[in-house]
Design a protein around this ligand. Structure first.
Ligand SMILES: C[S@@+](CC[C@H](N)C(=O)[O-])C[C@H]1O[C@@H](n2cnc3c(N)ncnc32)[C@H](O)[C@@H]1O
Length: 290
């Protein structure tokens, strides 16, 4: 049985196991139709292949950006990997959807929703009920109350949240290190963030810049944003994708002095967007720098 959000967020960090946590998050459908999916230990082969390059530069890896982290399970593993390599980097972990709220509608009925009031889970007397519609619901007609509930509840939930009548929570793993080395920030990689400019010594974008999900133009926009977030020559970029058979294809890039990327290492034949990254050319700035 799926855990209700109230129960999940009320339990101590030591009482939730990773499998239960993954199952809880995997049942949440975001308002763009995606689920909070991730898997532990999915990047072992990438870590093994990229390790010598990371170890060589570990002294200069102070700030790292992990893009599209879902609930951050693989970000925690990235932090461990960097520590194993001898580093002490702080990590900014971003995703489109991090913030959420638990709103009590009436005693015995709570809704777990995003800040826009989009229901992610209903909690009826402690029993978790999914608010999203699946194909079978059109046969059983269960889609009618589900869709009706969403339409009616959304403005109500938004108002409650705006009035501060909710419990704010974050959709992030509870297995975070306690030293605060990972900070989660809601952010869209398609929109440039001034506060990230020239800040990071390494950026990872894993299982997000996929050709089946984004158009080449959108991927170019993301690459340009990532480029602007890198501190300068020598900074690292990891792009990877895991397929259905849990095999990884990824490339480790380094930013060159001329502002373009060079591939340092590949796993599984390299990233499917490697060409787009290598073809990227930074626009010259007013002072002629890239
Ligand atoms: C499949 S998960 C990948 C999680 C993790 N990086 C991994 O590889 O296990 C993709 C994540 O990217 C996020 N995402 C999608 N579009 C995004 C965007 N434009 N900016 C930031 N995150 C985005 C989704 O919300 C989702 O949580």
């Amino acid at each position: 049985m799926t855990l209700s959000a109230s129960k999940f967020y009320s339990s101590g960090t030591d009482t939730i196991d990773v499998a239960l946590e993954s199952a809880f998050f995997a049942n949440l459908k975001m308002r763009n139709g995606t689920f909070k999916l991730t898997q532990p230990s999915r990047f072992r082969d990438l870590e093994a292949a990229f390790r010598p390059y990371v170890e060589e530069r570990v002294g200069s890896l102070r700030e790292v950006l992990d893009v599209g982290v879902s609930v951050g399970i693989t970000t925690v593993e990235l932090a461990r990997f960097l520590t194993d390599c001898g580093g002490a980097a702080s990590i900014v972990a971003t995703d489109l959807f991090i913030e959420a709220h638990i709103v009590e509608v009436f005693p015995g009925f709570r809704v777990f929703c995003d800040p826009e009031g989009w229901p992610l889970q209903y909690d009826v007397r402690g029993v978790a009920v999914r608010p999203w519609v699946r194909k079978l619901d059109y046969v059983t007609l269960a889609f009618i109350p589900l869709m009706f509930g969403r339409i009616v509840l959304r403005p109500f939930l938004r108002k409650r949240i705006e009035a501060g009548m909710s419990r704010p929570v974050q959709m992030i793993t509870r297995s975070l290190p306690s030293n605060g080395e990972i900070v989660f920030v809601e952010n869209d990689i398609m929109r440039r963030s001034e506060r990230f400019i020239r800040r990071f010594d390494m950026v990872r974008a894993a299982n997000i810049l996929n050709t089946g999900y984004f158009s080449p133009d959108q991927i170019r926009t993301a690459i340009a944003n990532i480029h602007s977030y890198l501190r300068g020559p020598g900074a690292l970029l990891v792009i990877a994708r895991t397929n259905r058979a849990r095999e990884n294809a990824g490339t480790l890039f380094e930013l060159s002095g001329n502002g373009s990327f060079a591939a340092l290492e590949r796993v599984g034949g390299g990233s499917e967007i490697e060409r787009l990254v290598l073809d990227f050319r930074a626009p010259a700035t007013a002072d002629g720098c890239r």
